[in-house]
Design a binder for this molecule. Structure first.
Ligand SMILES: [Zn+2]
Length: 80
């Protein structure tokens, strides 16, 4: 059996908890970055009225703004 003192056990549990919190934090940052990249890939911002709208992946390269009717090109949003 492993002999361990209470103080060592508390330190080990705290280290494990800190590692879990850091891992969750990094995973959340990674997930948010992927979502933002996906949002920017499917979104178009109108160059006239500044309206942002989503388009399906199979849509043509040039789409019409639902607000003002101006033709906009895919990929006009700057990457992060
Ligand atoms: Zn517009």
């Amino acid at each position: 059996m492993i002999n361990i003192r209470l103080s060592e056990l508390i330190v080990m549990v705290m280290l494990i908890a800190v590692c879990l919190v850091c891992a969750f934090w990094i995973w959340t940052l990674w997930r948010e970055r992927r979502r933002e990249i996906h949002r920017r890939r499917i979104a178009i911002q109108c160059r006239i009225c500044n309206c942002t709208y989503a388009i399906p992946k199979k849509a043509p390269a040039v789409t019409q703004c639902p607000s003002c009717g101006t033709h906009n090109q895919r990929g006009a949003l700057d990457p992060i």
